[in-house]
Write a protein that binds this ligand. Structure first.
Ligand code: ADP
Ligand code: TRP
Length: 333
């Protein structure tokens, strides 16, 4: 077992999809055997978009069930819910004192949200990166398995850790976005615009809960064209995206065959899509079935949450005590 601490979270904002799996969860499952790991459901982070209170519980249970269905072993890792750890908002408050309005306003995710929900540009959105930093630093996390869209947030977490250390003495390591030494992953949406995402572009996102028919329908509708006019042409990005998805779920020789067909101008996108859909179904169906069984096992999920909460709080309270002491908040000793 390595000693570096791993922390990562997924928001409880809807069904998990291929982007969540290949950008984050696949690495969680691998890392659980090699590092001490803290994985959590980021339910506080989902509040920035004001979800319906009645939907929250179901969403939290679903994310937990999907994590376990993908192979996460709650006996091996600490699996918990963010709002069960009061030390996180306390550290968030402290880190907000290190975060400047200008840099928070410049964050790409904030600018994007301010554009897409102009009527709800709340302070939680602005300070999203400080809450995320608190999530990581509360366990002195060093490796953070995330998709490419989180790179900037990790850079901010390093800045906040550095500032805290500079001002109050060495307290936090500087966390790194982690993908086993290779580029962070971005799973594109099926319509060729942007990334797969929980709440945007549902027809161009494949969810881990999609039925076989829906997967087939979505893949059939993915953007393609007449095929290349000349051998060895450069692929348009929407075709590259189809190959990228195929590389994730299909056998290497299958991908190779279609690439060769493309280069020789023999490609039939109808066939490629059917093959991709078949392989995708083979990948998604077992996760979907397992999630379905787990999601309704309330007793088991509650036990997992409680055990996770206990382990996560032990780690969090020790870091918080150190941070408070270093800041000078220790009046009784
Ligand atoms: P979403 O963006 O779908 O709402 P989250 O924000 O909760 O999902 O993201 C959870 C994890 O999944 C993060 O590590 C994020 O980087 C990763 N992720 C989300 N979408 C993608 C994608 N399309 N490609 C790669 N990783 C992704
Ligand atoms: N911000 C992440 C996302 O939108 C979710 C998240 C919250 C997270 N806290 C985290 C990821 C801590 C890694 C570590 O995808």
């Amino acid at each position: 077992m390595n000693k570096e601490i791993v922390v990562s979270g997924i928001r409880s904002t809807g069904d998990l999809h291929l982007g969540n799996y290949f950008g984050a969860m696949k690495n969680y499952v691998k890392m659980q055997h090699e590092y001490p790991c803290f994985f959590f459901v980021a339910d506080y982070h989902s509040l920035t978009t004001h979800p319906d209170p009645a939907a929250l519980k179901n969403n939290v249970y679903k994310v937990l069930a999907e994590n376990i269905a993908c192979g996460l072993d709650p006996e091996k890792v600490t699996l918990y819910v963010q709002s069960d750890i009061p030390e996180i908002p306390e550290l968030y408050l402290m880190l907000n004192m290190m975060a400047y309005k200008g840099e928070l306003e410049k964050t790409a995710s904030f600018k994007e949200k301010a554009r897409s929900q102009p009527d709800n540009v709340n302070a939680g959105l602005l300070t999203y990166p400080t809450l995320m930093s608190a999530d990581i630093l509360i366990h002195k996390g060093q490796y953070v398995p995330v998709g490419k869209d989180q790179e900037q947030h990790l850079e901010m977490a390093r800045n906040f850790a550095q500032r805290f250390n500079h001002r109050y003495g060495e307290t936090f390591p500087e966390p790194l976005a982690f993908n086993f030494g290779t580029q962070l992953v971005k799973i594109p949406s099926l319509d060729g615009s942007g990334k797969m995402s929980k709440s945007v572009n549902e027809n161009a996102t494949i969810y881990l809960s999609d039925s076989d028919d829906i997967i087939l329908r979505k893949i059939k509708k993915a953007k393609s064209d007449q095929g290349p006019a000349e051998p060895n042409s450069e692929m348009p990005d929407y075709i590259q995206n189809l190959f990228l998805l195929m590389e994730l779920v299909s056998a290497a020789d299958t991908v190779e065959k279609f690439k060769q067909d493309y280069n020789e101008c023999n490609i039939r996108y109808g066939d490629l899509k059917i093959q991709l859909a078949d392989d995708m179904v083979r990948f998604v169906a077992p996760i979907r079935e397992k999630t379905h069984a787990l999601k309704n096992d309330t007793a088991l999920l509650q036990k997992i949450m409680k055990d996770g909460k206990e382990k996560a709080r032990a780690s969090a309270s020790s870091t918080l005590a150190e941070a408070r002491k270093n800041m000078g908040i220790h009046y009784y000793c």
